[in-house]
Design a protein around this ligand. Structure first.
Ligand SMILES: O=C(O)C[C@H](O)C(=O)O
Ligand code: SF4
Length: 513
């Protein structure tokens, strides 16, 4: 088993940096469905560029490399303790090499362990089987989509859909609702794994288990196959689209599993996974620990390479004419001239700030003058070189809604003019944007390589005590592109899409099964 650690390292690196073939094909099909020139088409072009960049740079597709979860099947007699130790070592190494973000945080103190280890982490689930090889699978599922998981206890009342009963039709309604409630916040278009039955914890386990199925397989259970097909056809009519910008594709895959339940409980558990659906697997020799075979290799591999990239550059050049350039510090007048739908490109300085920084700024002074400045909701992957200089390895946006309780107050307190994130913010922030003269810019979630490339220098860092993802990084950017989705005139694309998709959801109220 001396090669097992190296094999697990390879599995981690491949999973973090290369999307599996079935996922690539689903994204390509989504791109082909979208009409040219729309915000969704532009986002999908950025996403496919990003996938290609991650391949080429062998760097994380998305900066949130999730809570590493291994599912391992072993032949009788294989030593699971040895495997566990090897996996931990491989994780520490992958973190040092910038292939994983240090993502393990003490739940009580907020301290980041720095190496992705810590109480309960990584998650490793072992099972024994009769076969003579080790089947090791890994999923790196980020926090934004994990937060959009949802569990229904039937019977229940659902907005837009009415009563969901304890039958196949009730299940159908829950699944349709789960897609609606995620909006763009889990970096749509997404994949869902659904678990029917069990208790609250085994139901969610079953839902996550479905995410290990190939996106192209056909459910052997006839009822579930019908529901899967129904959901794939109809969820895309909700019009939520890529990043919640509206558009043709909201869902890229739906896999449903079932297990028994106890008479009093009827759970439908949904695990939502973003487009950056990072899961892979290997078959390992139990004697040597070497990889015999990579999984999920069936079908055509889309590399989103040269010709696609050329087309996208051309498309980007076409839209260039409409792009508005912003450079911090930004004046109130400039900000008030922006409106929902505008595409902006930022040059110059921006500061990262997410959960810990927002909480901190409520009761402290800022370490820098934020007047007229831009805050980027981002927790990057950073590496320090031998000279002590920091380099950005991955830096896409994080879900902004978590900062809703603080954002408006902080913008007013420090004179911040623009915040960049993804998934949109709520009414409190919208009111503050109007009152103070501010704007919300939606960047493309998961496009961590694309945005890392826009960051030309790391000019400083404050509040490192919060750990790498939560610190306030001072970034020099060039051509950082984002879309105005909330402006200073009271408009919010997110509120509009939420409203229209709820109306569309109501079309699916009538019994189908
Ligand atoms: O933590 C992050 O960087 C992003 C997170 O996965 C999110 O989607 O909000
Ligand atoms: S930022 Fe988006 S793509 Fe990345 S893990 Fe979070 S939900 Fe997934």
């Amino acid at each position: 088993m001396e090669k097992f650690q190296e094999s697990m390292y390879q599995l981690i690196v491949e999973t973090s940096t290369k999307l599996p073939r079935d996922v690539r094909r689903a994204i390509k099909a989504a791109k082909e469905r979208e009409s040219a020139g729309t915000r969704s088409a532009m986002s999908l072009a950025t996403i496919t560029n990003n996938i290609k960049m991650a391949d080429d740079n062998v760097s994380p597709i998305c900066q949130d490399t999730g809570l590493p979860t291994f599912k391992i099947k072993t032949p009788v007699g294989a030593n699971q303790l040895v495997m566990k130790e090897a996996i931990k070592n491989a994780i520490v190494q992958a973190t040092k090499d910038g292939k994983l973000r240090p993502n393990s945080v003490d739940s009580l103190t907020g301290d980041n362990s720095g190496d992705n280890l810590g109480l309960g982490l990584p998650v490793i689930k072992f099972d024994q089987w009769e076969k003579d090889y080790i089947d090791a699978r890994l999923i790196l599922k980020g926090g934004g989509c994990e937060n959009k998981n949802i569990q229904y206890s039937l019977p229940c009342e659902l907005e837009g859909l009415g009563r969901a009963g304890r039958d196949l039709d009730g299940i159908r309604k829950c699944i349709m609702h789960s897609v609606y409630q995620a909006q763009g916040q889990g970096c749509s278009a997404g994949f869902i794994g659904v678990g029917i039955g069990g208790d609250r914890s085994s139901g969610y386990d079953l839902a996550k288990e479905q995410l290990f199925r190939s996106n192209d397989d056909v459910n052997l259970n006839e009822d579930l196959r019908k529901v899967e097909e129904y959901v794939m056809e109809n969820a895309n009519k909700l019009g939520i689209g890529t990043m919640g910008f509206g558009g043709e594709t909201t869902l890229l895959g739906c896999k449903i599993g079932v297990m028994n339940r106890i008479p009093a409980s009827f759970f439908v558990s949904v695990a939502y996974n973003c487009w950056a659906f990072r899961r892979l697997g290997v078959a390992v020799n139990p004697e040597t620990g070497e990889i015999n075979e990579w999984m999920y290799q069936e079908g055509e591999n889309i590399d989103f390479g040269a010709t696609e990239a050329e087309k996208e550059t051309a498309a980007a050049a076409e839209t260039k004419a409409e792009v508005i350039t912003l450079q911090a510090p930004i004046t109130e007048e400039q900000i008030r001239s922006l409106k929902v739908g505008d595409v902006v490109q930022i040059n110059g300085r921006m500061y990262t700030g997410r959960d810990a920084i927002h909480h901190y700024l409520m009761s402290h002074d800022a370490p820098v003058d934020l007047n007229g400045q831009v805050i980027y909701h981002c927790g990057p992957v950073m590496l320090k070189d031998a000279e002590g200089k920091w380099h950005v390895k991955a830096a896409g946006p994080t879900t902004s809604i978590r900062e809703e309780p603080y954002q408006g107050d902080i913008m007013k307190k420090f004179g911040i003019r623009a915040v960049i994130g993804k998934g949109g913010m709520g009414p409190k922030t919208l009111a503050a944007l109007q009152e103070h003269g501010g704007v919300y810019l939606n960047a493309i979630g998961g496009a961590a390589q694309y945005y890392a490339d826009c960051i030309k220098d790391v000019e400083g860092v404050d509040l490192m005590e919060f750990g790498i993802p939560e610190a306030m990084w001072h970034l020099k950017v060039e051509g950082f592109t984002a879309v105005v989705t909330m402006d200073s005139h009271g408009n919010s694309l997110h509120a509009d899409v939420d409203k229209s998709s709820l109306e569309k959801l109501a079309q699916f109220k009538e019994r189908v099964f």
